[in-house]
Design a protein around this ligand. Sequence first.
Ligand SMILES: Nc1nc2c(c(=O)[nH]1)N[C@H]1C(S)=C(S)[C@@H](COP(=O)(O)OP(=O)(O)OC[C@H]3O[C@@H](n4cnc5c(N)ncnc54)[C@H](O)[C@@H]3O)O[C@H]1N2
Ligand code: MOO
Ligand SMILES: [Mg+2]
Length: 425
Amino acid sequence: MINPSKDDPDKFRRKPMQVKEAQRLLASYGKPGEAESLPLQESHGRYLAEEVKAPHPFPRFRRSGMDGYAVRSEDTAGASSEQTVWLDVIDEIPCGFVSDKTITPGTAARIMTGAQVPEGADSVVMLEMTELRVHDGRTQMGLKRRMQSGQNVTPIGFEVEEGEVLLRPGRRIQAGEISVLATFGVHRVKVYKKPRIAIFSTGSELLAVDEPLQPGKIRNSNTYMLASQVREAGGEPYILEAVADELPLAKAKVEKALAEYDAVVTSGGVSVGDYDIMGDFVRSGSVDMLYNKIAMRPGSVTTAAVKDGKLLFALSGNPGACFVGFELFVRPFIQQALGSEAPYLTEWTAVLDRDYTKVNAFTRYVRGRVEARDGVLYAIPAAVDESSVMVTIKDSDCLIVIPPAKEATPAGTKVNIVMLKGNRS
Ligand SMILES: Nc1nc2c(c(=O)[nH]1)N[C@H]1C(S)=C(S)[C@@H](COP(=O)(O)OP(=O)(O)OC[C@H]3O[C@@H](n4cnc5c(N)ncnc54)[C@H](O)[C@@H]3O)O[C@H]1N2
Ligand code: MOO
Ligand SMILES: [Mg+2]
């Protein structure tokens, strides 16, 4: 039986908050966590918790850029297409070896790419530009070209000076950063710990992925989608079992999870329905509600609350809204906890590729694809983008931001797009 007293007007009177305002509010909770030291090869995708300075210049020694001969450029002054200059070859220097000889006038040393240029030499002649002979019992190299001082020699500190700041805290470690760290012998890297994020869905209709379908029921896809989003954002997902739409069950589960993990993400039950228990929970006083309505679609009922400094993100059950709510609010929190210097998704501008006919008082985050044609970015909205639609999430690489509009937004309009791909670990 429907109980009329259930329709508490408080439930419906929600004050919408703008996306950016909600992000600012959440940012005061998103702080880098503890640091840990990881072996270099395990640090990929993490964020530096320390500043890395160059303990020595790089290159550390004058380095040959070619396989050839180290010479004194002065000695080649007389070389021309008609005139070969011959120099005595006094040493052979493979990579990794340092010659104990000095190149004096009239001499040269055979040298390999990457080897230390010997004292006295100031340039390296490419092997292909030289000839070799034995003359009066001496091995000589000949060349017909004048060399400039410094030619094919990389000077000390060409890339990096000693003491230079190479990487700052908050820098995401990828291949280029790994190369820097390895070059300077940073074999253990101080990074921020991954935040541990508990995830569970609410809904009496939910079946586990391995259960056969039953009438009126669906499989729980949000939990797994969210775990994947947590991972992509750099966090450590912890999947908890879904709970039925019963307030005491959800309350106990959230409170335990908030105590045990760095943050909790739930899906479902935040709207105004009779069994929307998460909505009731955040208004129950057990947690401090930050917002329960955002001026956006999908995900207008996206909710957040805090307890003892820990965040509860109560996302919509509708898969499209759940996905967007995560990207706009949970992802930045995870990134902030990781110490990222750029916690929000990259925004670009693009040209709307076709008319977007829906109107709304709230900003829409329409899933879509981005395409570059003739140097211009075009944003193509997904054919179906309803909040309840799951299947087009996988085909989207951006969210097209359509500001509140009373009329259709025509093709050709310049729009902001929030990039979903290319930001990931
Ligand atoms: N009278 C109104 N009804 C609705 C409103 C409204 O303003 N007034 N808002 C609509 C909007 S917008 C959204 S979004 C949804 C939000 O719903 P809830 O967050 O309360 O989520 P549920 O009611 O639990 O479920 C909605 C929908 O999503 C499916 N679902 C839930 N959990 C999962 C999961 N883990 N995996 C896959 N699918 C899931 C669920 O079965 C429902 O179909 O409310 C509108 N209604
Ligand atoms: O939360 Mo609903 O997805 O606003 O459309
Ligand atoms: Mg509901």
